[in-house]
Design a protein around this ligand. Sequence first.
Ligand SMILES: [Zn+2]
Ligand SMILES: [Zn+2]
Length: 79
Amino acid sequence: MAKTTTLTCPHCGHVSRETMRSTDQVECAIRCFECDTMIVAPADAHCVWCAYADPACPIIQNQASCNPVIIPPAHSSTR
Ligand SMILES: [Zn+2]
Ligand SMILES: [Zn+2]
């Protein structure tokens, strides 16, 4: 299970490597280091990792088989 993820900022497009701190804590918002804007998860997303990061959060990785709430990034068509 991946604990580091690649987060793409929806505001400035900055891609950063992030470490997900906890496997049982849902991150609803995280501040972008580049543009200093709060990245907030959309209402239909599980968390910011699910909405803007690849791979998604550890919680979804654990529950992928029974709780398919994964929202693929729109720009992930290359693979
Ligand atoms: Zn940003
Ligand atoms: Zn999530």
